[in-house]
Design a protein around this ligand. Structure first.
Ligand SMILES: [Zn+2]
Length: 362
């Protein structure tokens, strides 16, 4: 209902001169292959929901550009109207198996910000695996946590209680300086304790990143691989930070092109990172702060729209055209818009002035 009422306004904003100067960079994490979207709707989308997003881009006539080209054209003031770029963070196996086939069917360009450390290690990323295993047994209260350095009684009934257990497991692993193999062994033991087949989880390749050969295969099909640090972390020590970029770039080097675009892991950034990135010949960096990029955006703090299962199609369309930015101008970092934001009656005077004048409205 709201969609019908607002579609005319959305179209006007989408085709305005104001929107033409701006680029919406979409950010996705994972596309579910089983029930991951139920476990973490903020990270995973059901493939049907993702396909519907791509369908909206096509039906509404948005121009999906390769990330590098879109950023060059943004700077040069030469974007086509309704510009969008699609990015995926982390480069999980699910991108290879579930996301790319959908994107390819629409012929859209896509950039993957690839973390590379796990590429040669066919095991799940440990903290995600631990969290998922506990979620699979949600609702239970178990005893026997002592064997894992936890409270003996394990309350798996709430998201918060499960998150606390994962935090403790991560802290314990850090304190004991566990190796990757030891963390994987811990996941295996935890699965056994919870009566879950860890072999099946490993074989499904859930929470695993793409291997070098899978990356090569997709690169040959036009997927653009860019930087996301080697170990998915941003040390505050300059040398360690730069090493993350260098190791990440080296691992991506087999794809033949030098990676020059970067995305902050977990959206965490500090002022000094931009200088360090410049020294490493990186030319852009994206955040997880909601917004549309404009020519005055700091190229090392480019906003993106994190699109998740939790967003309605109305919100998605409101962001595509730019109405959501106008409506939430001062609340952008919160990544939410009011439930009724798409209602034409809610469009504020700021939006009206954009539509009326077609002029820049910063
Ligand atoms: Zn990431």
């Amino acid at each position: 209902m709201h969609l019908q009422r607002s579609s005319g306004v959305f179209r006007l904003i989408a085709e305005s001169e104001w929107r033409k100067k701006r680029l919406l960079i979409l950010c996705y994490h994972g596309i579910a292959r089983k029930d991951e979207h139920l476990w973490r709707p903020d990270l995973y989308m059901h493939p049907d929901a993702f396909r519907q997003r791509m369908e909206i881009l096509k039906q509404r006539g948005y121009r999906v550009l390769p990330l590098g080209e879109s950023l060059e054209r943004l700077q040069a003031g030469k974007l086509p109207s309704k510009s969008v770029a699609i990015t995926f963070d982390d480069g999980g196996y699910d991108f290879y198996a579930a996301a790319f086939p959908i994107i390819k069917s629409y012929g859209f360009p896509v950039t993957v910000y690839q973390t590379t450390y796990y590429g040669d290690r066919p095991v799940p990323i440990f903290n995600l695996a631990w969290s998922y295993l506990l979620w699979l047994k949600r609702g239970s209260v178990l005893t026997g946590g002592k064997a894992f350095g936890l409270e003996n009684s394990l309350d798996l009934t709430t998201e918060e209680s499960r998150a606390q257990i994962v935090r403790k497991l991560v802290l314990n692993a850090e304190a004991a300086q566990l190796t990757g193999e030891q963390k994987n062994e811990l996941a295996s033991q935890l699965a056994k304790f919870l009566s879950i087949s860890y072999e099946q989880i490993v074989a499904s390749r859930i929470f695993q990143v793409m291997t070098p050969s899978e990356r090569s295969q997709l690169a040959a099909e036009g997927v653009d691989f860019q930087l996301h640090t080697h170990r998915h972390r941003t040390p505050v020590d300059e040398n360690l930070f730069c090493r993350e970029i260098q190791d990440n770039r080296r691992a991506l080097g087999e794809l033949g092109r030098k990676a020059i675009h970067f995305c902050y892991p977990s959206g965490v950034y500090r002022q000094e990172f931009a200088e360090w990135l410049k020294k490493e010949q990186v030319v852009s960096a994206t955040t997880c702060d909601a917004g549309l990029a404009d020519p005055r955006s700091n190229p090392f703090l480019l906003p993106r729209l994190v699109d998740t299962s939790a967003r309605t199609e109305l919100e998605f369309e409101a962001w595509l055209c730019g109405a959501a930015l106008l409506l939430t101008f001062r609340r952008a970092a919160a990544q939410v818009i009011p439930a009724a934001a798409g209602s034409a009656s809610q469009i504020d005077s700021r939006t009206k002035s954009v539509l009326a004048s077609g002029s820049r409205e910063d």
